[in-house]
Design a protein around this ligand. Structure first.
Ligand code: TMP
Length: 221
């Protein structure tokens, strides 16, 4: 929780990990049980400009650096227009993917330079002058990141025939193994920010684990 009362939670995982329904359920918990105002948003996307960039990132073929620059450009607009204002108003921001996805997909998946991603992260998520949201010397990051961890082979089975796959969803299992490795690396570098949920279970059991994890850190009832 921040000094404004705002709370920023991101949700991560490879495609097919089954985040979406749980994000909705969690929004309802915050609204119904805690009377909190919830901003439910996603990346890439969350603003008209960032949604346009999303269409390009998900559908157009481009080199890894272009992809990285576009996801961070979308993120900058999203932070400025949606995330910062909501946190300043003291709201709960639930974001379907954030910067860990750039490290996992562009960094580990595409093999794009991790250090350049870290520089982009510093630029885009840097502290503003007199910033009441971000302590001195820190970046604007989620207070909590929930990682839905699912073996890539299982995710591929789940995705089979569900819808027309986008550029990422049509990648081979080996790509998602690298992406999952990227998430594991992000968790290892900042373990206190992460909760890892075993997503290789029924939605009911995943929800049970998620609820338990939140209760354990005092975030919801
Ligand atoms: P989703 O919203 O359906 O999960 O799709 C977003 C896709 O974009 C997903 O395949 C992951 C990918 N992505 C990146 O490659 N880099 C990023 O920084 C983000 C936020 C998403």
């Amino acid at each position: 929780m921040r000094s404004t009362g705002g709370l920023f939670i991101s949700f991560e995982g490879i495609d097919g990990a089954g985040k979406s329904t749980h994000i909705e359920s969690l929004a309802n918990v915050f609204r119904a049980q805690q009377q909190r105002v919830v901003t439910l948003t996603r990346e890439p996307g969350g603003t008209p400009l960032a949604e346009q960039l999303r269409q390009m990132v998900l559908n157009d073929v481009m080199d890894p650096m272009t992809e990285a620059l576009l996801v961070f450009a979308a993120r900058r607009d999203h932070i400025q227009q949606v995330i910062r204002p909501a946190l300043l108003r003291g709201e709960v921001v639930l974001c379907d993917r954030f910067t860990d996805a750039s490290f996992a997909y562009q960094g580990a998946g595409r093999g794009f330079d991790w250090n350049v991603l870290a520089t982009l992260e510093t630029w885009v998520q840097g502290r503003a002058p007199n910033d009441s949201l971000v302590p001195m010397g820190q970046l604007l990051k989620p207070d909590l990141t929930i990682w839905f961890d699912l073996p890539p082979a299982i995710a591929a089975q789940r995705l089979l025939g569900t819808r027309v796959p986008d550029k990422f969803e049509s990648q081979p299992v080996s790509f998602f193994e690298q992406v999952a490795g990227g998430y594991a690396q992000r968790l290892a570098s900042d373990p206190s920010r992460f909760v890892r949920i075993n997503a290789d279970q029924s939605p009911e059991l995943v929800w049970q684990d998620l609820s338990q994890a939140g209760r354990a850190i005092g975030l919801w009832i």
